[in-house]
Design a protein around this ligand. Structure first.
Ligand SMILES: *[C@@H]1O[C@H](CO)[C@@H](O)[C@H](O)[C@H]1NC(C)=O
Ligand SMILES: *[C@@H]1O[C@H](CO)[C@@H](O)[C@H](O)[C@H]1NC(C)=O
Ligand SMILES: *[C@@H]1O[C@H](CO)[C@@H](O)[C@H](O)[C@H]1NC(C)=O
Ligand SMILES: *[C@@H]1O[C@H](CO)[C@@H](O)[C@H](O)[C@H]1NC(C)=O
Length: 546
């Protein structure tokens, strides 16, 4: 058995499809924790990226005896097999089982009950892993969530199963009676019994069903042939069949309308901005009992794996600009994400006051330019000195909730760009020390840019996330460029699956002490009034102390 073989087999299989093998691997195995910015990235760093992935898989397989590559690849091929077989076959939210079992709702996952399992006929048929020493409920949930599964189940105190649906009856609560190997206080199923949790993926992590991302229920566009140019009636229509058809046609959207399947791209004619109530689409698929296929007037829309290329080209400014525009933010406030969006929306590279080789390798080609090169559309900076600020002719100032920014920056500092600080860091002296130094800087950074910056355009990270289209449009206009709506819609389709850490990977407790909170709340009030004094809207309501 050669560890390379399954990988090659999968690769060959996917080469036949117009989907990219690497995109799929990245999507499944890292679920949003690795970056694929454009096709150049895949070519540039393919082999190295592959090495990295193997080690990721191997370490996740760790625990059960050896964590050799062979085992890692075994898991990997299983992820693919499962996905092909059952992955897409699960409808959107309205299809999920609703149970009101013992409610242990911590905002991350909801306990839904004890279920029968059978080694011959698994209740959860996605990926699985075991750890006979250190299994915890959180670890299992986190691993399943990272792969986009809807359910996580624990069994025998040590086994974790993920799945898109539960294919077994429930059992009595008393049969889930084994404590978790890694945490005495929690129950991890029983003998052939699973404690199952439904994962509440945070809004930012897309709801995925296999390789397709569920976008929602939408009203039929006025001119459907112009909006979604390809369509066909499919016999025994199902989500799978429509997504497959649109993937083969190399379209990024699959819209189900009863027996008809439409394919296309998001455009101003079908922008996916006006979400309908999902109940409007509640019509059973002819070919699949548990799925909704919408009807003539209400379309169920999925995003396929096909890349929308309308916003992928990027270049340097052809005429060197004398106007230096800063993209200023406190560390941890989403600067890299904003650069990604700006590059996709404008088609121009962004630069940086610093040099970060890992960002260069991920496709930020402007990273290697001197910040004054004049070839980039805007320049990342975390500086807050008067002199540094005055060197720029204008600036986009990104502000993020300090509670979130501090934690993001702490994770970055102690865990790398997509990693996480360890419990030891959070509980040790590093965290209080960090908050003491960085919280005042969060405020002074913003105040300094408001004071010394010429022509400052404030963007709140949270508002950008909430309404990407209009805030990104505002940034493009501020940069003096013509807005292309097609391009912005293309960016909207690619905002998922980039720099974000897994939606679930949250701390299990609040790291802020009352003292820290009192201090940070005061800083927020200071920034809020500084913004208002300049006739800008203050900080988003959710920052403010309750
Ligand atoms: C399964 O769940 C239902 C509804 O919560 C409950 O009434 C029933 O007792 C459960 N079945 C078993 C075997 O416990
Ligand atoms: C729909 O759009 C197509 C292509 O742009 C056009 O030829 C056709 O006349 C339009 N139909 C209606 C009803 O507006
Ligand atoms: C559709 O389903 C029917 C009944 O299950 C089956 O007989 C038929 O072969 C299916 N047709 C296609 C094209 O899959
Ligand atoms: C601030 O806005 C108000 C109303 O929108 C306007 O009357 C006032 O002149 C503005 N002040 C400055 C300094 O721009």
């Amino acid at each position: 058995f050669s560890p390379e073989r399954p990988l090659l087999r999968i690769q060959r299989y996917f080469c036949r499809k117009p989907v990219r093998f690497f995109s799929l691997i990245l999507l499944y195995l890292t679920a949003g924790s690795l970056v694929f910015l454009h096709s150049g990235f895949v070519g540039d760093s393919g082999p190295r990226a592959r090495g990295g992935r193997d080690s990721v898989v191997a370490s996740e397989a760790g625990g059960r005896a050896s964590s050799s590559d062979t085992r890692g690849l075994g898991i990997m091929s299983r992820v693919f097999k499962e996905t092909r077989r059952t992955g897409r076959r699960f409808g959107p939210r309205w299809m999920r089982k609703r149970r009101n079992a013992k409610d242990v709702d911590d905002g991350r996952a909801k306990y839904i009950g004890c279920y029968v399992d059978d080694t011959q006929k698994r209740a959860l048929r996605g990926v699985s892993f075991f750890d006979y020493k250190k299994m915890t409920v959180f670890r299992c949930q986190d691993n399943c969530a990272e792969r986009g599964y809807m359910y996580a189940g624990l069994e025998f105190g040590a086994e974790c199963f993920c799945g898109h649906k539960i294919q077994a009856p429930n059992a009595s609560e008393s049969e889930c009676n084994m404590e978790c190997k890694g945490e005495r206080s929690n129950t991890c199923g029983g003998a052939n019994r699973l404690s199952i949790y439904r994962l509440e993926l945070s809004q930012e992590s897309a709801r995925r069903y296999g390789s397709a991302i569920f976008k929602g229920c939408f009203h039929r566009p006025d001119n459907v042939t112009a909006a979604l140019p390809f369509s066909a009636v499919i016999q025994n229509m199902s989500v799978d069949k429509c997504v497959d058809m649109c993937t083969e046609r190399e379209k990024s959207l699959a819209a189900l309308a009863g027996e008809r399947c439409y394919c296309g791209f998001p455009t101003p004619l079908f922008s996916l901005h006006e979400l309908e109530d999902e109940d409007m689409c509640l019509y059973r698929c002819p070919g699949e009992e548990f799925e909704s296929c919408g009807n003539d007037n209400f379309f169920v829309v999925y995003q396929t794996q096909v890349q929308d290329n309308r916003c992928m080209d990027r270049r340097f400014l052809s005429a060197r600009t004398k106007q230096l525009v800063a993209l200023a933010s406190f560390p941890g406030a989403g600067n890299t994400w904003a650069r990604h969006l700006i590059e996709l929306a404008t088609g121009f590279y962004t630069g940086s006051y610093y040099f970060d080789g890992s960002l260069y390798n991920k496709g930020f080609k402007g990273e290697r330019d001197h910040w004054r090169s004049g070839r980039t559309i805007c320049i990342k900076t975390h500086e807050s000195g008067k002199k540094e600020i005055e060197a720029f002719d204008s600036s986009i100032l990104m502000i993020r909730n300090p509670y979130k920014a501090l934690m993001a920056e702490f994770n970055r500092k102690y865990g790398g760009h997509v990693g996480f600080a360890s419990q030891a860091h959070w509980k040790g002296k590093e965290w209080p020390e960090f908050v003491k130094n960085y919280a005042p800087w969060w405020a002074s950074h913003t105040l300094d840019w408001l004071t010394y910056g010429k022509n400052v355009h404030v963007v709140h990270f949270e508002e950008l996330k909430r309404d990407l289209f209009s805030h990104l449009k505002g940034m493009v206009q501020f940069l003096g460029l013509k807005v292309s709506e097609d391009r912005l819609l293309c960016v909207e389709g690619q905002k998922d699956g980039n720099f974000k850490r897994s939606g679930l990977r949250k701390l299990e407790y609040d790291p802020y002490t009352p003292d820290m909170r009192a201090n940070i709340d005061e800083l927020i009030r200071t920034v809020d009034s500084a913004l208002k004094k300049r006739n800008m809207s203050g900080v988003p309501a959710e920052y403010m102390p309750r």
